[in-house]
Ligand binder design. Structure first.
Ligand code: 5GP
Length: 219
């Protein structure tokens, strides 16, 4: 599904779908923001959700906040690339922006859970590169959930209980990053994306590029 785009060396390549998953509080949102700021040709996929907006969140930037009726309509019309229930609410990835970005030669970054990652993999196979972010300890996860001060005590308890279940899916991911220190974790995630962009199978322009080199050498 990914169209051609130019790598920094000018060799055409297929776009990729870069997925970050983790239990909430493991630092995935911070890492996503850092990637969006630092990495060229990367576009964030903004999901739709039926959960209420949290303090500090922005409509259209963090999520598109919609009701269940609209969500069901989008799913029924095929407007969602994947969707799943999380914490009793519905979350889904709008299809059109992803297809537009890939066609324009940009990679797409997804902050979605393991259920969505499985669906993307079924649909887009080798174009998907998935990274699971683990917290260094349970105490660290709890501290981060409290520090971001967005959720009630009850919601935090629910998220802690669910974290163990979410983590059980780590082995379905291509890469695992332990977020002990955000700068190190960011460097690791960035290296994964850089290496994946250079994979031979994605670099559709290599045959022509090498042929051209050979022609020049044989002159
Ligand atoms: P939160 O409510 O904390 O923003 O997100 C809860 C969980 O839902 C996170 O694990 C996040 O990755 C996941 N999520 C967000 N958007 C989507 C989506 O479009 N699809 C799926 N499958 N999961 C999502």
């Amino acid at each position: 599904m990914a169209a051609g785009s130019q790598g920094s060396d000018g060799v055409e390549r297929r776009g990729l779908m870069f997925v970050l998953s983790s239990p909430s509080g493991a630092g995935k949102t911070t890492l996503s923001r850092m990637l969006m700021k630092e990495v060229p040709d990367l576009q964030m996929s903004v999901s739709v959700t039926t959960r209420p907006m949290r303090p500090g969140e922005v409509e259209g930037k963090d999520y598109f906040f919609i009701d269940q009726k609209r969500f069901d309509e989008m799913a029924a019309k095929g407007d969602l690339l994947e969707w799943a229930p999380v914490f009793g609410k519905s979350y889904g990835t709008p299809r059109a922006p992803v297809e537009t970005a890939l066609a324009a030669g940009r990679d797409v970054l997804f902050d979605i859970d393991w259920q969505g990652t499985q669906q993307l993999r079924e649909k887009a196979g080798p174009d998907v590169v998935s990274v699971f972010i683990l917290p260094p300890s349970a105490a660290d996860l709890e501290k981060r959930l409290h520090t971001r001060a967005q959720d009630s005590e009850e919601v935090i308890r629910g998220r802690m209980a669910r974290a163990s279940h979410e983590m059980s899916h780590w082995a379905e991911y291509d890469y695992i990053v332990v977020n002990q220190n955000v700068d190190d974790a960011f460097a690791e995630v960035q290296s994964i994306l850089k290496a994946e962009r250079l994979k031979r199978a994605r670099r559709t322009g290599l045959t022509g590029f090498v042929r051209n080199l050979q022609r020049q050498l044989e002159k």
